[in-house]
Design a protein around this ligand. Structure first.
Ligand SMILES: [Zn+2]
Length: 136
């Protein structure tokens, strides 16, 4: 089983899932997503997905369950295949352009899709002709 090197499970699942499943939460997330997150963290430095564990507001940026105000039945977040990321040293747009300019780079090769025009980086590991781009 793959566990992230750079993220704790509470950074990737919402509070209710963390309370109910704890470390078993890793089983709810696609290992390609987890691998891609570690590669982005290694390349771009500190980054945030969920931060509720430390008293901040983000709790739906990884896995989403039906009680989320952002829930959508076919969202990649619903299937544990998506993350919304903020970077400390890079803007989302800078990271997005790096990915789109270098889709075959080993750091990005698992990324299937990115959202355009957002102040965060949404990426996911969906099955598609990559790198798929779309507006949310
Ligand atoms: Zn997203």
């Amino acid at each position: 089983m793959y566990r992230c090197e750079h993220f704790a499970i509470h950074e990737l699942v919402p509070p209710g899932v963390f309370a109910a499943r704890g470390e078993k939460g890793w089983e709810l997330l696609d290992e390609r997503l987890l691998t891609a997150l570690d590669r982005l963290r290694t390349r771009f430095g500190p980054m945030t997905v969920n931060n509720y564990y430390w008293g901040h507001e983000r709790e739906w940026s990884g896995l989403r369950t039906p009680d989320s105000p952002f829930y959508s039945p076919f969202s990649q977040h619903t299937f544990g295949r998506a993350a919304d990321c903020l970077f400390s040293k890079w803007s989302a747009e800078e990271v997005r352009q790096e990915i789109l300019a270098n889709p075959a780079d080993s750091d990005f090769v698992l990324i299937g899709s990115v959202e355009l025009g957002t102040s965060w980086l949404h990426f996911d590991v969906r099955n598609c002709d990559r790198v798929k781009q779309y507006h949310p």
